[in-house]
Design a protein around this ligand. Sequence first.
Ligand SMILES: NC(=O)c1ccc[n+]([C@@H]2O[C@H](COP(=O)([O-])OP(=O)(O)OC[C@H]3O[C@@H](n4cnc5c(N)ncnc54)[C@H](OP(=O)(O)O)[C@@H]3O)[C@@H](O)[C@H]2O)c1
Length: 283
Amino acid sequence: MDLHAASPALPAGPTTPSGDVLYFPTEDAARLEPHLPPLSSSQSQQTQTRPFVTLTFATSLDSSLSLAPGVRTVLSGPQSKAMTHYLRSRHAAILVGVGTAIADDPGLNCRISSATSNPRAIVIDPLARWSLTEESKVLQLAKAGQGLAPFIFVSDAAEVSLESKEWLQRFGGKYVFVKSFMDGGGSVRFHWEDVLAAVQGEGLDSIMVEGGGQIINSLLTPPNNRLIDSVIVTIAPTWLGQGGVVVSPPRVEGEKAAPLRLTDVSWHPLGEDVVLCGKILKI
Ligand SMILES: NC(=O)c1ccc[n+]([C@@H]2O[C@H](COP(=O)([O-])OP(=O)(O)OC[C@H]3O[C@@H](n4cnc5c(N)ncnc54)[C@H](OP(=O)(O)O)[C@@H]3O)[C@@H](O)[C@H]2O)c1
């Protein structure tokens, strides 16, 4: 899910396991600071009962994350790519759904030059559908000391063999069992409070939710969106057209329903993209 590269809106080609080292200017970082988790972990532990949650993704002008489900799509430019990696350097964990893990074979590490550690990759995979192998980018990076092996959040309905658990542990990763429920459509789902409690239980005090579409729409759905502390969206100057993976949470109906919107908003041009920062307006 490295969404960013020089040429916009093209299916992405293969990347090297390690990739390049990225630089994000201090003055740009300073502008993002009000939207990021507290710098001191002791400060955040004292004030927070759950991890600080940043929702962040790159979108087209027609709210698409990718050309189609399962298609890794280059959206934004080099500056916003560096910003994403800077954001990773400022969070303890990165979260993606299994759809993204399967589609993109993401590295989920941090390549920013000033970073001293990597975030923990968390994959939401209730049925353990992800066939992680030693060739998967995230494990290649972990083996090279350039990233951390993933924690895969699974439900009781997942069949995970002892052998698989031990294999993943050898790389420093693990399967984490999270309480689940069956939604109206018969899918096994987690409550976001339980996901965040499990993140906190692993000693991770901040998390960046990066995608994909189902994960973002699920987190934006009321009342889940009250758990989001910060929203940072990169908007690329391109339309992907119909059929893409779209960010559009379900509309709340009823007398008191109001459109979901951001407050405390700021806009930051980065190359040809613009980065929108804000907080969910709590009504
Ligand atoms: N532009 C960007 O910033 C960006 C970022 C990330 C990804 N992407 C793109 O997004 C696309 C993938 O998006 P996607 O919507 O297909 O997949 P996704 O959101 O990554 O993963 C969806 C899966 O996650 C699980 N899931 C979702 N919500 C859940 C919940 N509340 N509880 C438990 N499990 C939950 C479900 O697994 P089960 O089906 O097993 O139940 C679901 O199928 C890819 O093309 C990728 O390139 C773009």
